[in-house]
Design a protein around this ligand. Structure first.
Ligand code: PLP
Length: 455
């Protein structure tokens, strides 16, 4: 399988490992597979078997033995997915949010990709985070050989649990800094370091890269749980093999839902993917009208991991609809005016938007009827699904991607339900006894110094 950049008119082809090493293409595009292989016989397999069967179709310059080893290292310590009625719980990993599903595998795919391309350097992952990504990156990378991870989060800008998850993370190769500033300041500063060749040339033994969701090695592992959840529903007798289903996906950067779209292209019988957004409704408007317009107020909501106005993975979807030339036009327009439009219908998608008030009502409603506690992101998905069903009357069996444990966002749950969170998962209850290892708070202009001292 080869990969091309969404913006490369010449269509230069890369191997999987080359695309993983590069992360973002030099022309600013994202790497996409040249075609979509079909996956057969996925019913009844374990999670690890499904992961191997999906990944070996895409990572064709990895051996099966390599993939098996990395999948075992990433997933064998926990049951990756639990299905609870219509909820596909993707939050049983180390940091209790769905990003663990990809980030526990990512470091192995990255270091193997470096080896395959004879890059004999230590990978330094720099990450600016508003919470979930940073904690998932460092817990996935702790003590992985030939890697270092440095995370920057805004002081006072993450939840108590997210802060604890990051500041207590052990691992010789891990460093965490709080910065005086907001998330955008951190993000901008990290981007500048990535572009600062002069600075990087001081560190010959290192290669600087990023673990954000534009990297193929984060996207591909997410395809797995669509096939696996479908198979589990067949096993549970909720659907018959071959029957179509819908998936509801609480969406921010469009990474999770894009993996569902790829699964559909690989033959999974999916009817609709419902893109659930909070009041940062840039994707809602796009799916309804074909116009993407980022010129709008940014809102802080109860589902912070979906607070986003530039959905970077959307570019891969747009590429699939309209092709390379139109992507170049669209993204030049986005850069110049903050707006682009496409006219292709998006019939495989639908969308609903959910306010904070509706999110809290959704948490309460499901608790009252089923004694099941939703986190605010999953609640956005739940309410979006109810709205969709009322509007369309679509009775297709539907699964809801459950992206975080309610224990990771206790404040929202508390305002909906009061004190009901009495049985935290180990990954969260153990945090309180852990020593705080990372206490540094730095000014944003000192981040080069901070990185240099650590390396
Ligand atoms: C990151 C995240 C999302 C959004 O996923 P995307 O792939 O960015 O669309 C939703 N819920 C939670 C809990 C997350 O951490």
């Amino acid at each position: 399988m080869n990969y091309v950049s969404t913006r490369d008119i010449t269509g230069e082809k890369l191997t999987a490992s080359q695309a993983i090493v590069k992360g973002l293409a030099p022309d600013g595009g994202l790497y996409v597979p040249c075609d979509f292989p079909q996956l057969h016989n996925y019913i009844g397999n374990s999670y690890e078997e499904t992961a191997l069967n999906v990944l070996k179709l895409y990572l064709t310059d990895f051996t099966e033995a390599e993939l098996k080893e990395y999948i075992a290292l990433a997933y064998s310590e926990f049951l990756p997915i639990k299905i609870c009625n219509e909820y596909v719980e993707l939050f049983h990993g180390r940091t209790a949010a769905f990003k663990d599903m990809a980030l526990q595998l990512f470091p192995y795919l990255l270091t193997a990709s470096l080896r395959k391309n004879n890059v004999n350097k230590t990978a330094v992952i720099l990450t600016a985070t508003s919470g979930d990504t940073g904690s998932a990156v460092i817990s996935g990378m702790a003590d992985v050989p030939n890697t270092r991870a440095v995370v920057f989060y805004p002081e006072g800008g993450v939840s108590d649990i997210q802060k604890l998850q990051m500041s207590t993370q052990a691992g010789e190769n891990i460093k965490v800094f709080a910065i005086r500033g907001n998330f955008d300041d951190a993000q901008t500063a990290v981007k500048e370091v990535f572009e600062d060749r002069q600075f990087q040339s001081n560190f010959d033994d290192y290669i600087f890269t990023s673990a954000n969701s534009i990297n193929l090695a984060r996207l591909l592992p997410q395809i797995v749980y669509y096939f696996y959840s479908y198979s589990e529903w067949v096993k549970l007798g909720k659907i018959k093999e071959g029957e179509v289903v819908n998936y509801v996906v609480p969406t921010g950067n469009f990474g999770n839902i894009l993996a569902g779209y790829y699964a559909k292209k690989m033959g999974l019988p999916v009817n609709k993917l419902l893109c659930a957004t909070n009041s940062n409704n840039v994707l809602y408007d796009f799916i309804k009208t074909g116009t993407y317009d980022k010129n709008r107020e940014f809102a802080l909501t109860l589902s912070p991991s979906m607070d986003i106005l530039i959905s970077s993975n959307l570019e891969r979807f747009v590429y699939d609809l309209v092709g390379c030339e139109a992507v170049n036009e669209a993204y030049a327009s986005l850069k110049n005016t903050g707006v682009f439009s496409i006219t292709k219908p998006m019939s495989m998608l639908d969308t609903e938007m959910v306010s904070d008030e509706e999110t809290l009502q959704g948490i309460k409603k499901i608790y009252d009827s089923d004694a099941y506690i939703l986190d605010p992101h999953t609640a956005v998905g739940q309410v979006a699904y109810e709205k969709y069903k009322n509007r369309t009357g679509d009775n297709t069996p539907t699964m809801i991607m459950s992206t975080a444990s309610p224990y990771k966002f206790p404040d929202a749950v508390k305002s909906a339900l009061g004190n009901v969170l009495n049985n935290p998962p180990k990954s969260i209850s153990l945090l309180n006894g852990k020593p705080v290892l990372h206490k540094d708070v730095i000014d944003i202009q000192n981040i080069r110094e901070a990185i240099g001292d650590f390396l």
